[in-house]
Design a protein. Structure first.
Length: 178
């Protein structure tokens, strides 16, 4: 079944990065047991990841080994080739979202994890998100990169599940009402 899902964290005021593009606030709550808060079970449900160029650059800046075991497609109109270090780890895709999805689906990948602020907003604008899993961290950032941008029309989702982690982090899973 073809589906596009989002698994992302946000601040109480709906930002996914702070005013400087930083993500340090995501670690403000001690996590001594290293709970993944459903990340691995989400990864098991997908065939591939589709992320924007900025998210790719952010992941590369972490200075860690490549963290993905599933195929990763990177949307970029400015990158003409895959950096040497990431050859065989990512595939660049360009075009309209429908063209990109058609190309990825033709390769047999149907369940996609959509990642990156601009990419998520673009998919939402075209009503292409089937499921949202949003983890809310109890901090007000005041400004930054918003998770949700302006939409051409309302979209209804139904709450499927809500969990509390570490006694203060709330994760809610929603499915698109069609």
């Amino acid at each position: 079944m073809k589906q596009n899902l989002v698994f992302i964290a946000q601040s109480l005021d709906g930002y996914i990065a702070d005013r400087n593009g930083g993500l340090g606030w995501l670690e403000m709550i001690p996590n001594p047991e290293k709970l993944d808060m459903g990340y691995m079970s989400t990864i098991e449900r997908i065939d591939a990841l589709l992320m924007g160029r900025n998210t790719f650059d952010t992941v590369c800046s972490f200075g860690i080994d490549w963290p993905y075991t599933k195929p990763v497609f990177v949307i970029s109109n400015s990158m003409s080739e895959v950096p040497e270090k990431y050859k065989g780890k990512i595939e660049l895709v360009k075009g309209s979202l429908s063209e990109i999805l058609e190309s990825i689906h033709a390769k047999g990948y149907e369940s996609l994890y959509i990642d990156g602020g601009k990419t998520i907003q673009s998919f939402l604008k075209e009503d292409l998100i089937d499921e949202l899993i949003v983890t809310t961290i109890p901090i007000l950032l005041g400004e930054g990169t918003s998770l949700f941008g302006n939409l051409p029309k309302e979209q209804e989702y139904e709450l499927v599940e809500s969990k509390v982690y570490l006694d203060q982090v709330v994760q809610s899973a929603y499915k698109r009402k069609k």
